[in-house]
Design a protein around this ligand. Structure first.
Ligand code: MLT
Length: 250
């Protein structure tokens, strides 16, 4: 039996609830998309932090020569930081060989909420298939949707549902009607699975979400479209001791 649990916001995650599980952290718009893009472009590692102040302290202690400060508030680059949270900014020229210390409103906090899991991976639409393969053997799987300011976010839920849909082989019921019968799904997992059976993620859907609309409002429509491109990378970022690097299997 594979036990699958889904948290629709990172705020719901208690430390004991993810012990012993593989956690899949999802922030499609945009933190996990940016992390995938950054590591794909050759960044050495990403350090998620829960405040801009902590990020600045950590970057100074790591050494500013090869460390960049990245992150956003209200979608825009934090004052004094090197980069914002737009995946397209994270080119090999900018981030190759660098350590990135990152603070975003929801996404980097979701990683910290996941740190007691046995394994923590980052998922987005950009690396959907690679994550699905990487977690296929897990006996306990927990999706942690970053959400948006402690509220449900459709983009993250849809991404979790897509991974689950592939794992489940098309099932929509707890006992696996038409698909696998060895899945133990909680209500939220069933909900995201049902969602993914009705909607394919697309730029249009992402643009209609609250997170997508907020990005359009600050002039970042292209980022939303970018984050919709499925399987742009065949890699899996994995966090150990609060540091995210490329997984060897990814
Ligand atoms: C977040 O972590 O809240 C997001 O990635 C927000 C964003 O940059 O669009």
């Amino acid at each position: 039996m594979i036990v699958i649990r889904t948290f629709l916001t990172a705020a719901e995650v208690g430390p004991t609830e993810i012990e012993g599980s593989t956690a899949v952290v999802i922030d499609v718009l945009r933190a996990t998309s940016t992390i995938v893009e950054a590591l794909g472009a050759g960044a050495r590692a990403v350090y998620p932090t829960d405040s801009a102040e902590e990020a600045a302290r950590l970057a100074n202690s790591l050494g500013r020569d090869d460390t960049l400060l990245c992150g956003e508030r209200r979608g825009l680059k934090i004052e004094g930081f090197d980069l914002g949270n737009s995946p397209a900014e994270f080119t090999t020229e900018r981030v190759g060989g660098k350590r990135l210390v990152m603070s975003t409103t929801n996404g980097t906090r979701a990683f910290l909420a996941a740190e007691h899991a046995v394994r923590v991976v980052a998922a987005s639409l950009l690396n959907l298939s690679a994550v699905r393969r990487a977690v296929a053997g897990a006996e306990r799987l927990t999706f942690i949707c970053a959400g948006r300011e402690n509220r449900f976010s459709l983009d993250d839920a849809l991404c979790a549902g897509m991974i689950l849909r592939d794992l489940a082989g098309g099932t929509s019921s707890k006992k696996g009607r038409g698909g696998r019968s060895d899945l133990d799904l909680d209500d939220a997992s069933r909900a995201v699975l049902a969602l993914a059976q009705v909607h394919e993620p697309s730029a249009d859907i992402l643009l209609e979400t609250a997170a997508g609309a907020a990005l359009v409002e600050v002039g970042l429509r292209d980022d939303v479209v970018y984050c919709a491109s499925r399987d742009r990378h065949d890699l899996v970022p994995e966090m150990h001791d609060r540091v995210i690097r490329l997984s060897e299997e990814g």
